[in-house]
Design a protein around this ligand. Structure first.
Ligand code: PMM
Length: 285
């Protein structure tokens, strides 16, 4: 089993694009749209046609305030989708915090475990990832969604996210995960308010100093809607914040992100190519 899909086509020259398939009735940005199995599978293939290097399949919403789903429900939602996409050669990542779900997903063909809790929600997760040898996205996380904003307290958010991620890396490596398997993610919006998210984005070069590929998930998040609020303060709905997502994608790719996790793949795939061309020109190649 290959580990970090840095080798997926184009990965060396440009930031990768991870398209999102939320097989949930209640995700923040696309809840309900791909809840039906056939619709989810079709959407995954559509994202690949639009330029996704990776398709991230999740069965549990992590939107602020979300309640947890049972493991059986999570498995039933995602395993058939992962199996169908993987069977056709799609690089699939599974968005889950549960070790047993990760194991079943890898058995169904997933090549990346995207654990928004970075191994904190289920202590078995690093061992399962170590045993399977797949890529492991370790995201910065301070607690489950139902009360994560109470944990959004930082003196220096970039320094603290960096230190906390570094501790998670030490722990997962101690459990047998290899450094080549690890991708880090600062977890935009997870126990972070808008100001924290902007600081984290500006801090990408400092987070990259940890020496691992970085995944950035800004797509359609609330901090973009807040930035683009009407004069009366009404936040821009996520459905009209895709252009702002694109701007973040271009800037994050230029700052050195390894991959961006997005809902609208086509325009973001264009944006990472723009950033790559800009970088190449700057490097004189
Ligand atoms: N964000 C969401 C879900 N999964 N995974 C990673 N690695 N990084 C993220 O930022 C992230 C994630 C929540 O977004 P959605 O519900 O709109 O998909």
């Amino acid at each position: 089993m290959t580990s970090v899909p840095i080798n997926v086509p184009g990965g060396a020259e440009r930031c990768l694009v991870m398209g999102v398939v939320n097989v949930t009735p209640d995700s923040f940005s696309d809840g309900g749209m791909w809840f039906d199995e056939a619709a989810a599978i079709q959407h995954g293939f559509e994202l690949v046609r639009e330029g996704a290097d990776i398709v991230d399949v999740g069965g549990e919403s992590t939107r602020p305030g979300a309640a947890r789903v049972s493991m059986d429900e999570e498995l039933a939602r995602i395993v058939p989708v992962i199996r169908a996409l993987s069977a056709e050669g799609v690089v699939v990542s599974v968005d889950t915090m549960r070790a047993e779900v990760a194991k079943a997903a890898v058995e169904a063909g997933a090549r990346i475990v995207n654990d928004v809790s970075g191994g904190l929600a289920d202590p078995e997760m690093p061992r399962v990832v170590a045993a399977t040898g797949v890529t492991y996205v370790v995201m910065h996380w301070r607690g489950h969604s139902h009360d994560m904003y109470s944990r959004a307290v930082y003196a220096d958010v970039v320094t603290e996210v960096r230190e906390e991620l570094s501790k998670r890396v030490d722990l997962v490596l101690a459990e047998g995960v290899t450094p080549e398997q690890v991708v880090l993610d600062p977890g935009l919006g997870f126990a972070k308010n808008a100001e924290h998210n902007w600081a984290v984005l500006a801090g990408i070069p400092r987070l990259a100093e940890l020496g691992f590929p970085l995944l950035v998930g800004a797509s359609r998040k609330r901090f973009l809607g807040r930035l683009l609020a009407d004069p009366d303060g009404t936040p821009r709905p996520f459905s009209r914040s895709d252009d702002a997502t694109l701007a973040v994608t271009a800037l994050a790719a230029h700052a050195g992100a390894w991959c961006v996790r997005v809902h609208e793949v086509g325009p973001n795939a264009d944006a990472v190519r723009v950033a790559a061309a800009w970088k190449r020109a700057g490097a004189g190649t």
